[in-house]
Write a protein that binds this ligand. Structure first.
Ligand SMILES: O=C(O)CCC(=O)C(=O)O
Ligand SMILES: [Fe+2]
Length: 337
């Protein structure tokens, strides 16, 4: 069932008609609180731009194993680059997906200047020699989505009856951004975990889907399919919004089920957090919302951390034990959550 996922148009938020704008804010507030997942249209990202990202993804994953290994994530302390299937862990089990990850393109912090472990997240991306146009295409896409993400974050602040810029101090030096290209091969005997059930650690996630289904959201203990909707991005609420709203909004639990044997699903996810050195404040919600805010969830297997760098690093370490083992000091035991 996919009808339970609302459809919103960001163009309504930018409308000069105040009623249209207010109606968008109301719908957004309900979608974010009741479902935590919605389709976003009217975002100004053309169909051609979207198609280009999916076709770039198909070209990348079609490279030979040696070309992909050249940008292997296990060699990057900043969690950038390529992972083959069955290297990423979610909920303690291996995911059956290939992926390529980039974040902000920045020089690494010199080891003598690293005082907080999360500073090791900062650094350069790895780009495949075989695809010279990939760097500019993906960095441009990441910038385009950041603009949409920041607009939506302001709208969400308004939906929480805050000034539109209430969370601006946490992103003013640039939010931490992460873009992933993903390929889900058809299910094999032995499992269909494309990616296991999880919550995303940032403020907001935007998913661009190719033509095949597989993404599912958990609503009231039931899994609902979020099938592709042409032209729309799928948005979900991440842990930092759960923290900022003191649990009024919930980071949505979701997963991807492998497509049937013989079918390959492509998608791309964009994760927008706050700046790594920010602490997430608790917004002063009005009484009628505050009554429904019972504090962020306190799952010992997944603590939600107000220090943004620590929350982002928590997610990365859990997903990529090989990088963690190569570059961080944790024992595998500490990562088993
Ligand atoms: O591929 C998708 O549809 C979603 C992926 C996802 O949830 C993630 O990578 O965090
Ligand atoms: Fe996710």
């Amino acid at each position: 069932m996919s009808s339970s996922v609302p459809v919103l148009s960001l163009a309504d938020y930018q409308s000069t008609d105040n009623e249209t704008r207010l109606s968008f804010i109301r719908q957004l507030g309900a979608a974010a609180r009741d479902v935590g997942f919605f389709y976003l249209e009217g975002h100004d990202l053309s169909q051609a731009e979207q198609d280009d990202i999916i076709s770039l993804s198909k070209s990348f994953f079609a490279l030979n194993a040696k070309e992909k290994r050249q940008v292997k994530m296990a060699n990057s302390p900043h969690f950038r680059g390529y992972n083959q299937t069955h290297t990423e862990l979610t909920a303690g089990a291996l995911d059956f997906r290939e992926q390529f990850d980039i974040m902000d393109e920045l020089p690494a912090v010199h080891s003598q200047l690293v005082t907080q472990e999360w500073q090791k997240l900062i650094g350069p991306n790895q780009w495949p020699d075989a695809m010279p146009r990939m760097r500019s295409t993906l960095l441009t896409w990441q910038d385009r989505l950041t603009k949409v993400g920041l607009t939506l974050l302001s709208a969400l602040c308004e939906a929480l009856e805050q000034p539109a810029d209430a969370l601006q101090p946490t992103v003013q030096n640039g939010p931490y951004r992460h873009t992933k290209l993903i390929k889900y091969p058809g299910s094999e005997s032995g499992g269909n975990q494309g990616v296991g059930a999880h919550k995303d650690p940032g403020y907001l996630t935007f998913v661009l889907q190719g033509e095949h289904s597989g993404l599912e959201v958990e609503i009231d203990n039931e899994w609902h399919s979020v099938s592709p909707r042409k032209g729309a991005l799928v948005v979900n609420i991440g842990e930092l919004l759960e923290l900022a709203s003191d649990g009024y909004l919930k980071a949505t639990n979701h997963r991807v089920v492998s497509p049937p044997t013989g079918v390959t699903r492509y998608s791309s996810a964009f994760f927008m957090a706050a700046q790594l050195d920010a602490d997430i404040p608790v917004l002063a919600l009005p009484e009628h919302l505050k009554r429904l805010a019972h504090g962020p969830s306190s799952d010992p297997a997944n603590p939600l951390l107000r220090k943004v760098g620590e929350n982002v690093l928590k997610g990365r370490k859990r997903s990529h034990p090989d990088v963690t083992e190569n570059f961080y000091n944790d024992t595998p035991q500490q990562l088993s959550a």
